[in-house]
Design a protein around this ligand. Structure first.
Ligand SMILES: Cc1cc2nc3c(=O)[nH]c(=O)nc-3n(C[C@H](O)[C@H](O)[C@H](O)COP(=O)(O)O)c2cc1C
Length: 166
């Protein structure tokens, strides 16, 4: 089967979305269909496959999550979370913040969010809109997801003038 045309929109940031399971443990799994959708209020969107049995029910139940930016130094452990679900089982640590859901200690940057909406736009993913209530850190050495098992490290930063003062 040919690759879906939406795969052309890559690479994208790789993040771990952390949520609380019913037993109070922290679940964190990788996502890359994650984009900003508003400056004010600060809103982000995570597209989650319909039928997701972990993160989505947690988001519906608790309304809270954190988005943790993955760096290349711990990317393999982050990807392992897809299978093992809990960061400790992938050799990662969780760190409490002043929010119901912790962040991943290894993450150089994170955003704590509350669910604002979950939209069904008729595709095979649901659009989870999160309002950022706090954030910290800087995106450093981020690893971008192309598709499947293909990733790319962020390269050299370049400046391109937009001539906005003209
Ligand atoms: C790098 C990477 C990016 C992913 N991006 C997404 C995504 O944006 N949306 C999605 O629904 N699943 C995505 N997945 C798959 C989920 O991580 C996978 O379905 C996971 O098992 C969901 O866990 P959960 O059921 O505990 O929520 C991605 C997986 C990897 C490895």
């Amino acid at each position: 089967m040919p690759e879906s045309p939406v795969r052309l929109l890559s690479p994208r940031l790789t993040v771990l979305v952390a949520t609380k399971d019913e037993d109070g443990t922290t679940r964190a799994v990788p996502f890359s269909w994650v984009i900003p959708v508003s400056f004010q209020p600060p809103l982000v969107m995570v597209a989650i496959q319909k039928g997701n049995k972990g993160t989505l029910p947690n988001l519906r139940r608790t309304g809270k999550f954190t988005v943790n930016l993955v760096s290349s130094g711990w990317a393999e452990r982050a990807v392992k979370c897809e299978r093992v679900k809990h960061p400790e089982n992938a050799g990662l640590k969780v760190k409490s913040i002043d929010w119901d859901v912790p962040v991943i200690e290894e993450a150089g940057a994170w955003l704590a969010c509350k669910v604002r909406d979950i939209l069904d736009v008729g595709g095979d993913h649901l659009l989870v809109i999160g309002e950022v209530v706090k954030s910290d850190g800087e995106a450093k050495d981020t690893i971008l997801h192309i598709s499947g098992e293909r990733f790319v490290r962020i390269g050299e930063e370049v400046r391109i003038s937009r001539h906005l003062n003209l």
